[in-house]
Design a protein around this ligand. Structure first.
Ligand SMILES: *Cc1c(COP(=O)(O)O)cnc(C)c1O
Length: 396
C-alpha cells in the first residue's frame, strides 16, 4: 500500500465533527440564508471582540468595500495604507473612487511606520490636502501601534480602519478587543487560511451606530424593511410586503450554514491561537539560534496571533536563490508562500499611479527576504522538526 505523502502549506483550516454537525443542523432547518443563525454569529463575534455592533458579510473584500462606502469615501479623498498587505486592502480604496497612497513599514514590526506616516500626512497638509483615512493592517497577526495611530487620527482628524484579517485573537495590553477600541471600523476575513473559517466570509465590527446602519443597508441591496426607517411612510399604503430601496447597495450577505460553521469555529479560536503560539515559539527557538534567519519581533505589551510566521532569510548572502529555495522545499512537500509582493509594485498600481521600485524600500527589502512557513493547528512536533530541518539544510 502506498503511503499518502504529507504535504505542508503555509496555512490550512481545521474542520472537525462538531463543525460538520452544526452545519448539517442548519442545512436541515427552514433557513439556508437570511435566517436566525446570522445574527447569532454576529452577536458572538461582537461579544468576543468587545464591539457594540457586528455585520457578517460574504467575504473580507466585500467588507472592505462596504467600509469605504459607509465612511463616505469619494473622489479626491486620500487614503493611506501599507504596501505590505493583500491587494484587497488597497483595492477597497479604489472601489469608492478615492485615491490610494502607501506608507512604508517599520523594519521590526512589519506594520505601518508611524513616524513616516506623520511625515507623509504633514507633506500632504503642505499642499493643502487633508488625509481622509488610514487603513492599518495587523500584518501576520501583530497589531499596528494602534495607540499612536489613534493619537495621529485625533491630531490630524482622519478616519481609522483596522484591516484585522490576520489578527483575530491578538492583544494589546491583554485586550483581545483592542481593534474596535482604537479603529472606527474593523474588518475580518474567514477564508480557510485565516484563524477561523466559514469558507468564504467576513465581518465588520464597530461601535458607531451610524456606520452599522449604513453597512446593514448596503449589505442587502440598500433595501430596508424596517418601518421606522421608511422615507415614504406617509404616502404609501404599507403592508407586510413593503420595503424600500434607499441606497445603491449590494448582495454581500453570508448564508446561515456558513455562520453555523463560524459559530463552531469561534468556540475553538482560543485553542487555535494557543497552538499557533506554541508553533511560533518552537520556530523562534530554532531559527533565532542561526544568524541566517530573522524571526518576527513582538514588542512589549503586544500579543501576536500568528496567522503567518514570516521568516526572513537574507538570500543575497546565500548561494541559493529564493526561487531555487522554494523549488527545493516543494520537492520536500513543503509549500511555502510569500506575504506579500508590495502592492505598489503590482502592474495596475504602477501604471495607474506611477509607483515604482524604491518608493517603499523597507517593504521591498522585506519582500525579498520573507518566506511564510507552515503554521496551523494540525501541525505536530514531528512536522515542525521536519520543516525546520529542511529549511535550515536548504538555506545555504
Ligand atoms: C484575506 C485578506 C483580505 C481579503 O479577505 P477575503 O475574505 O479573502 O476577501 C483582505 N485583507 C487582508 C489583509 C487579508 O489577509
Amino acid at each position: 500500500m502506498n503511503k499518502v505523502e504529507k504535504k505542508y502549506f503555509y496555512g490550512k483550516q481545521l474542520i472537525d465533527d462538531s463543525d460538520i454537525e452544526e452545519v448539517v443542523k442548519v442545512l436541515k432547518s427552514d433557513y439556508l440564508t437570511q435566517g436566525p443563525v446570522v445574527a447569532q454569529f454576529e452577536n458572538l463575534l461582537a461579544k468576543k471582540f468587545n464591539s457594540k455592533f457586528c455585520s457578517v458579510v460574504a467575504n473580507g473584500t466585500g467588507g472592505l468595500h462596504l467600509i469605504g462606502l459607509s465612511l463616505g469615501w469619494k473622489k479626491k479623498d486620500v487614503i493611506i495604507t501599507t504596501p505590505m498587505t493583500f491587494v484587497a486592502t488597497a483595492n477597497s480604496i479604489l472601489y469608492s473612487g478615492a485615491e490610494p497612497d502607501f506608507c512604508d513599514i517599520d523594519k521590526y514590526t512589519y506594520t505601518l511606520d508611524i513616524t513616516k506616516l506623520e511625515e507623509k500626512i504633514i507633506a500632504y497638509k503642505k499642499i493643502g490636502t487633508k488625509i481622509k483615512a488610514v487603513i492599518g493592517v495587523d500584518y501576520a497577526g501583530l497589531p499596528c501601534d494602534w495607540f499612536k495611530l489613534k493619537e495621529l487620527a485625533n491630531k490630524y482628524n482622519f478616519q481609522l480602519v483596522n484591516d484585522n484579517c490576520h489578527a483575530l485573537g491578538a492583544e494589546i495590553n491583554e485586550d483581545i478587543g483592542y481593534a474596535c477600541k482604537y479603529a472606527d471600523i474593523v474588518n475580518m476575513s474567514f477564508h480557510p487560511v485565516k484563524h477561523i473559517t466559514t469558507g468564504e466570509g467576513g465581518a465588520l465590527l464597530t461601535n458607531n451606530e451610524a456606520l452599522e446602519n449604513k453597512i446593514k443597508l448596503l449589505r442587502t441591496h440598500g433595501i430596508t424593511k424596517n418601518e421606522n426607517d421608511f422615507k415614504l411612510k406617509n404616502k404609501n399604503p404599507i403592508g407586510s410586503w413593503y420595503y424600500e430601496m434607499q441606497e445603491l447597495g449590494f448582495n454581500y450577505r453570508i448564508t446561515d450554514f456558513q455562520c453555523a460553521l463560524g459559530i463552531a469555529q469561534l468556540k475553538k479560536l482560543n485553542k487555535f491561537i494557543k497552538r499557533r503560539r506554541e508553533i511560533a515559539d518552537y520556530y523562534n527557538n530554532i531559527f533565532s539560534k542561526n544568524d541566517r534567519f530573522i524571526i518576527p519581533n513582538v514588542p512589549e505589551h503586544f500579543k501576536h496571533s500568528y496567522h503567518l510566521y514570516p521568516l526572513q532569510i537574507n538570500f543575497a548572502e546565500l548561494k541559493i536563490s529564493k526561487k531555487a529555495f522554494f523549488e527545493r522545499l516543494k520537492e520536500k512537500n513543503i509549500n511555502l508562500q510569500v506575504h506579500y509582493i508590495p502592492v505598489h509594485l503590482q502592474p495596475f498600481y504602477r501604471k495607474k499611479f506611477g509607483f515604482k521600485e524604491g518608493d517603499f524600500p523597507i517593504a521591498e527589502k522585506f519582500y525579498e527576504n520573507e518566506i511564510s512557513i507552515p503554521i496551523y493547528p494540525t501541525l505536530k512536533k514531528n512536522d515542525l522538526k521536519y520543516i525546520c530541518k529542511e529549511i535550515i539544510e536548504c538555506a545555504k
